[in-house]
Ligand binder design. Structure first.
Ligand SMILES: Nc1nc2c(c(=O)[nH]1)N[C@H]1C(S)=C(S)[C@@H](COP(=O)(O)O)O[C@H]1N2
Ligand SMILES: [Mo]
Length: 256
């Protein structure tokens, strides 16, 4: 089976999207309001990227829960209070000087402040977090849809993965990092969350910004995100397996 990140398949999808887009143009008036048309004719991104986004928007959603299901306190795991000096300084100042750098294979590399992100359209979702260590927890997350952020910087065609660089060194050792493929990155429930249960994201859960990729296991959901890098390959990062725990034997694909 080919994967959505396979170059031949991507080219095929781009052509298919172009063909259907051209066909649909005859009913331009009515269709211009649909999401499909917005995504195909959006000025941002190449045809290949728009086809990828279109595919992702039709993917299955992770289950969303009701407010009554929210756990009284969301459990914290892994790093819960980064000791790294640079992070401590940012936290001491309420993250006012924190910036999210978005670079790599993008058209317009940029740095976003927390206020920049909060000014963008937001999404709130109540989902269940599953950790490989055998616990789950339901929480309500608010943040920017990663797809919206990527649209602002313009993803280049060569990009196959989104890498999340974190502020913490797990247990004082190597820096935590994670990666997603474009299909997961463009999924409508993939968020950069700055809110948990209606309040600012606590430090224990990744303040000021953490990833939510709701169809993936907990270790994929990078906390303390400082930089997002679009890459063609993650072979040059860490020990080359695409994430801190992947470098130590966990599966890169952690879909649930
Ligand atoms: N930066 C960073 N992100 C991380 C971790 C970590 O140690 N550092 N732990 C991961 C694991 S194993 C899990 S289960 C979740 C825990 O998120 P929580 O603390 O909000 O429960 O974060 C993930 N993201
Ligand atoms: Mo975990």
């Amino acid at each position: 089976m080919t994967s959505p990140t396979d170059p031949a398949r991507r080219r095929f999808l781009a052509r298919a999207a172009l063909a259907s887009g051209a066909l649909l143009l005859t009913g331009c008036d009515r269709l211009s309001r649909s999401d499909t048309m917005r995504q195909l004719f959006d000025a941002s991104g190449s045809l290949t990227q728009r086809a990828q986004r279109l595919l992702a928007s039709h993917e299955a959603l992770a289950r969303e829960y009701s407010p009554a299901d929210i756990a009284p306190t969301f459990r914290a795991n892994g790093t819960t209070n980064p000791r790294d000096e640079a992070y401590r300084r940012l936290a001491a100042n309420g993250f006012r000087d924190w910036r999210l750098t978005v670079d790599g294979l993008v058209e317009r590399p940029r740095a976003f402040s927390l206020d920049d992100l909060k000014a963008m359209p937001s999404r709130t979702q109540i989902t269940r977090h599953d950790c490989v260590e055998g616990w789950s927890c339901i929480g309500q997350w608010t943040g920017v849809v990663l797809d919206d952020l990527l649209a602002q910087v313009g993803v280049r065609d060569a990009a196959r993965f989104v890498v999340f660089h974190c502020a913490d060194r797990y247990r004082g050792g190597d820096a935590y990092y994670e990666s997603l493929d474009m299909r997961e990155a463009y999924h409508p429930q993939t968020l950069l969350a700055y809110g948990l249960n209606g309040a600012d994201l606590p430090i224990a859960n990744g303040a000021p910004l953490r990833l939510r990729a709701e169809r993936q296991l907990g270790y994929k959901m990078a906390k303390y995100v400082m930089r997002i890098e679009l890459v063609e390959s993650f072979a040059h990062l860490g020990r080359g397996r695409g994430g801190y725990w992947e470098d130590r034997g966990y599966q890169w694909w952690a879909g649930i």
